[in-house]
Design a protein around this ligand. Sequence first.
Ligand code: SAH
Length: 357
Amino acid sequence: MSLAERLVRQIAIAGPMSVAAYMTACLHDPAEGYYATRPRLGADGDFITAPLVSQMFGELIGLWAVDIWRRIGAPRRVRVIELGPGGGALMSDALRAARAAPGFLDAAEIWLLEASAPLRALQACALQGRGSRVRWISQLDDLPPSETPIVLIANEFLDCLPIHQWVRTRAGWAERRIGLTSEGEIAFVLAAPNRGSGPARGALDASEGSVAENSPELARLGARIGELLVAVGGAALFIDYAKEGGDFGDTLQAVRGHARESPLAHPGEADVTCHADFDAFTAAARSAGATTTAIRTQGDFLRALGVEARAARLTAAHPDRAEVIARQLDRLIAQDQMGGLFKVVCVHAPGVSASGF
Ligand code: SAH
């Protein structure tokens, strides 16, 4: 039975499910979930990410990680953690660039947090011969307790964390759920508004029909990372499709074969994501005692790290690829492309500072 058929059956028996439960099934159902069974990243897959656009992205983040390590006193051991490494390109490029700082590679323990078995296999291939020992975990709490400081990176990870959606009605906030039409097709439905439940923020002055989103999972992760950084030191970098300022609006989206489609169209066959709420995430990290930087665009961040100089050096080394490199650079930093669409924020232990902000 397909995931769509199983969901229809489950909803018929148990009633409508939250958007969060639906996202989790679409992405991680063991038999049919997108990441669990058929993730296809890259130009001939479903979607492309910054590390797949150009090696410059991972290289600069590798140098950023080295810089953090130096700023915290170049400790003898450092945990380099990546959340949701996809095909492993970012970490592979980062570790190659970090060879310029040999002490860092000797100190680095690589930890990859990854739910998907097929992607773990790709990551193992991509990192073979990178010279550092690589270990996998399924959640942060699987990290063995240690005092070792942390440098954590995550590109397009937070947008996979499940959200709840709410619609403002005359009678209050109603949860938007996944139910069935009278013909038995999967469709969005509204639960009865319930005083006491609703999105945590911006609840009062929304106009009728506004959609609000919240993610307990995102807030939990923000708090956990804040706590960890306060305990052991270091910094964590997040790059994502993000919203700021408690914006209202429906950001649930699905992408398959590089085209947008309804998140309800093909459960398990498309990447279903949302725009990560950086404000809620950083607020949770701060409530755990960590410090957070201002939120910047990816374009500003990469420029501050010297991406243009890096592109010029690459072009000098490969003049035949000048046009390709220029196009890749534009895609990474232009305001109307990834450069403006993606936002960057750093969570760090108090007293640490990070370059690029
Ligand atoms: N960072 C990569 C891939 C982004 S796709 C890149 O930039 O190319 C999202 C990644 O997060 C995938 O590796 C996916 O399997 C992983 N992922 C999504 N939800 C997860 C979860 N709840 N736990 C662990 N990994 C998850």
